[in-house]
Design a protein around this ligand. Structure first.
Ligand code: GCO
Ligand code: MG
Length: 416
């Protein structure tokens, strides 16, 4: 079972995706996701120039050995481009191994640990009435946990808010998209947004109060602060949201400096989720050992695949920290399928983000997973249960798109 070919497939059905397809000499194919939003071609070039030549002729069954070969062998270690490339290879090899075994991947990973993966969707609105409509739409679709983002008075557009505000700000990456929120825009330069932390900190608790008054105490609610606060501002936000019983508060600070989370923890019992921009188990050491977070946000796609993320989840379990994998539309259906198989099998599953890809994305990525009663489930097709349609993909060539950048009201660059 040797690797005969590895193809890097870059396509844009609704938005840009980087997919790796590995084929073995005994006729099995496996898919992996290496999409890195706004930097897709870096991941594609890393794969094409530096990884694919190393794969040809290797034994496809040696997944761990290949992971170590690509991780240690690069000498430089870590980083989103390297880890997305390793993730794509690793996921494709797990897909092949499960197909060769004739079983869905979750069976190979130890079998089902639960009935399905509880997911959360993205409700948003430029104001509270629009947000309420969005929450109702999500509940009608079956969502049983909901992330809430709203416009902030005085700011023209804000991270996480879909619909009219997004349409006004420019063309979204997928024009026919039914995205709850898709920030990457097909423009030569990133869109610039403005940010005012004081206005945000004043407004958000009023939104959560309104939502609890309207929808009651039971609905699990989440919120993403998207790396924009200082430690003491994050502590203040966590404290002010305590009455509204959040499932989690995400990315309250840019967490490169993990020790600052101690300050946040001293002040609030609001659960914290961090890690969508982390790539390795090493990035989590301090966060786990000091129990500074409650949920791990890394996706399979950016954290070294099934092999990399499973190790992170196992380490997290030692501290009763649970999974909460990143699942925006820039994680491809291949990356999402991998997350579903992994999430179904691990002991410490928490929740899975599920934004839903646009219909045009599913014309290229033929998926078999299902979403019912607020839960995702894989099918029993062997492997990941995803096929890639080259013919349809050819009609959707890559076209550059950037995430926005953020400036404070005085023009200083800030975290977006
Ligand atoms: C989330 C994320 C996304 C990211 C996006 C960047 O919680 O889903 O914060 O919205 O901004 O994935 O590419
Ligand atoms: Mg996030």
């Amino acid at each position: 079972m040797n690797i005969q070919s590895a193809e890097v497939l870059v396509s844009s059905p609704g938005r840009n995706f980087v997919t790796l397809r590995i084929t073995t000499d005994d006729g099995f194919t496996g898919l992996g996701d290496a999409t890195l939003n706004g930097r897709e071609l870096a991941a594609a070039a890393y794969l094409t120039e530096h990884v694919v030549p190393l794969l040809i002729g290797r034994d496809a069954s040696r997944i761990e050995d290949t992971w170590q070969y690509l991780y240690r062998g690069a000498y430089w270690r870590r980083g989103p481009v390297t880890m997305a490339a390793i993730a794509a290879v690793d996921t494709a090899l797990w897909d092949i191994k499960a197909k060769a075994a004739g079983m869905p991947l979750y069976q190979l990973l130890g079998g089902r640990s639960r009935d399905g993966l509880l997911v959360y969707g993205h409700a948003s609105g430029v104001d509270v009435p629009e947000l309420f409509d969005s929450i109702r739409e999500h509940m009608d679709e079956g969502y049983r946990a909901i992330r809430i983002q709203t416009g902030i008075p005085g700011l023209p557009s804000v991270y996480g808010v879909a619909h009219s505000s997004n349409a006004a700000a420019g063309t979204a990456a997928g024009s026919d998209a039914r995205y709850d929120y898709e920030p990457a825009r097909r423009s030569a330069l990133p869109v610039e947004e403005t940010w005012d932390t004081r206005a945000y900190l004043r407004h958000i608790p009023t939104v959560f109060e309104a939502v609890r008054n309207e929808f009651g105490p039971e609905l699990p609610l989440l919120h993403d602060a998207h790396h924009r606060l200082t430690p003491i501002q994050a502590a203040k936000l966590g404290k002010s949201l305590e009455p509204y019983d959040l499932f989690w508060l995400e990315d309250v600070t840019p967490a490169e400096n993990q020790a600052v989370l101690r300050r946040v923890r001293e002040h609030t019992t609001t659960p914290l989720a961090i890690g969508e921009v982390f790539n390795t188990i090493w990035d989590y050491r301090e966060l786990f050992e000091e129990q500074l977070i409650d949920y791990v946000r890394s996706p399979v796609t950016h954290a070294g695949g099934i092999t990399g993320l499973r190790r992170i989840f196992d380490f997290a379990a030692v501290y009763q920290i649970k999974s909460g994998a990143h699942g925006p539309t820039d994680v491809s259906p291949v990356g999402l399928a991998a997350a579903i198989h992994l999430g179904l099998s691990i002991p410490n599953f928490g929740i899975q983000e599920y934004m839903q890809h646009a219909p045009v994305t599913h014309e290229v990525f033929r998926t078999t997973y299902t979403f019912e009663n607020g839960m995702l489930n894989p099918s029993d097709a062997p492997g990941l249960g995803v096929d890639y349609d080259d013919e349809v993909a050819a009609a959707h060539p890559y076209s550059g798109a950037y995430l926005p950048v953020n400036r404070l009201l005085d023009g200083s660059m800030h975290d977006w």
